[in-house]
Design a protein around this ligand. Structure first.
Ligand code: A2P
Length: 273
């Protein structure tokens, strides 16, 4: 749990790209989703929930860079990423073929609004995501501060199909037994995965399940809507998703916060292409 944990760079001697990091693991979840892990630059310090620019050199030698949320917690000695595969996407059409030992470019300048500091103190924290928007929460769900600051943490994640939930499901189910973070998580984390285009235990969009109060009933939560006095939320999905969730929360009296002016919720657009 020590922030100063030693950072290892196994292939440091072999680097040729500027700002290169070495890929240490790749897992494919579906034909549209994959996970990869890289070495972490010794100088990189970030707050859980932030993103960095990563990429590959383009044909003309000019790097193709995109914003990616770091999906690992700030105490981890490697960096996790969770990505969509876009067949004709400038970056992900190539990034999806990376293998262990390959290099990617990583600009070590973390930024972002999905940070605990941008929220006023509260009791219940909601993580609301669709698709790859779960990535920053894969970081925040493994940060002890999340559990030190909140009594209850609710992870709502919606995808079209069950297989698209797998990355989050595996991670979340492993947390209570995790030797480093398990004792912080305890029974504070509640997981609400839903699908919209394939049958599963819980169905429907995050927006509908919030607005109807169904998530409160299904998880046995207090109340039937968010309370601006005690509920805090972080949102990460497509532009439309973010807009629709914000409208619901604004209707309940929550306001958008920022690093410079903390409030009741924060929003970030998930990486798309
Ligand atoms: P739906 O299947 O009803 O469109 P996508 O794969 O298009 O990025 O969508 C990921 C998930 O987010 C899907 O389950 C989709 O539901 C849901 N979704 C898409 N747009 C919205 C929105 N505006 N509000 C809530 N959920 C949304």
């Amino acid at each position: 749990m020590n922030q100063q944990t030693a950072v290892t760079q196994p292939n440091a001697a072999k680097k040729h790209l500027p700002d290169a990091q070495t890929v240490t693991e790749v897992r494919h979840y579906t034909d549209r989703l994959f996970y990869f892990r890289t070495t972490r630059p010794q100088s990189l310090r970030f707050r859980s929930g932030e993103f960095v620019m990563i990429g590959l050199p383009g044909e003309d030698g000019k790097p193709i860079m995109r914003a990616y949320s770091i999906a690992s917690p700030s105490w981890d000695d490697g960096l996790d990423f969770y990505s969509i595969k876009v067949q004709d996407g400038p970056l992900t059409s190539r990034l999806q073929h990376i293998k262990e030992g390959d290099e990617i470019i990583l600009r070590p300048k973390p930024v972002g609004t999905l940070v605990l500091d941008a929220l006023l103190p509260g009791k219940r924290l909601w993580f609301l995501a669709t698709g790859t928007g779960i990535a920053p929460f894969a970081s925040l769900m493994r940060d002890p501060e999340t559990y030190e600051q909140y009594d209850e943490v609710i992870m709502m994640h919606t995808c079209r199909e069950v297989a698209e939930l797998e990355f989050g499901r595996q991670l979340i189910e492993s947390l209570p037994e995790d030797p480093l973070i398990g004792e912080f998580v305890g029974d504070k984390l509640k997981y609400y995965p839903t699908t919209t285009r394939e049958e599963s235990k819980w169905m429907g969009r995050v927006t509908d399940n919030l607005a109807s109060g169904k998530v409160f009933a299904d998880l046995g939560l207090e109340g039937t809507q968010m309370d601006p006095a005690t509920d805090r939320a972080m949102v990460c999905g497509s532009l439309d998703f973010n807009k629709d969730v914000m409208a619901i929360m604004e209707g309940w009296g929550l306001r958008e916060g920022a690093n410079s002016e903390p409030a009741e919720y924060v929003v970030e657009k998930a990486f798309v292409g």
